[in-house]
Design a protein around this ligand. Sequence first.
Ligand SMILES: C[S@@+](CC[C@H](N)C(=O)[O-])C[C@H]1O[C@@H](n2cnc3c(N)ncnc32)[C@H](O)[C@@H]1O
Length: 207
Amino acid sequence: MSLYDKHVLPKLVHFACSQQPAMRQRQKIVPLAKGRVLEVGLGSGLNLPYYDASKVSKVWGLDPSPEMIQIAETRARSVNFDVEFIDLPGEHIPLETNSVDTVVVTYTLCTIVDVDRAIKEMLRVLRPDGELVFCEHGIAPDVSVRRLQKCINPLWKRIGGGCHLNREIPKLIEQNGFRIKEMEAMYISGWRPASYNYWGTAISGVL
Ligand SMILES: C[S@@+](CC[C@H](N)C(=O)[O-])C[C@H]1O[C@@H](n2cnc3c(N)ncnc32)[C@H](O)[C@@H]1O
């Protein structure tokens, strides 16, 4: 791992993800989580204060980056529910099948290398009537922005820890076994190639 990845990237990601427009998005969806929750790509733990402690019994916070988990540990000390960290990637979730009530994923499907496998893993660990709660940035509806996303992507991936600007979020979720129950999408404030957000809930597509 490079010095940039170890020392600069975690602080950069934390800074970018803690901007007000993204924090407002967290407020819209994280309180929907209930029961035993798995958050995939916990990062620096920015969602932790938005969980409704009266509805959540435990949060497993999975992230392959020890540097991000280290930042999240501080935030985990001030919440009123149990947080257990898992320092592994989402492609290999070490939890039993049908063992969690809610999976939460925010601003992470853009980064996971084998995103199809990770979404299938989320479906596997989720109880059959459980919910996936998501908020992600992805492909924009405007041709001009899409062009820009495609053009900047290779450089962006290198400086952004593998982040893709133009993943097709709803398609990814649905092609890996979920059915989207509710979803909204719009540009939030900020740089347009990285600010088209998709957020909502999804359930197993086989129900
Ligand atoms: C842009 S950050 C978002 C963090 C957090 N979800 C948030 O909303 O602030 C992306 C996170 O995905 C994590 N990540 C990278 N590869 C991953 C993988 N294969 N599985 C799960 N998380 C991954 C990174 O370590 C990073 O913490």
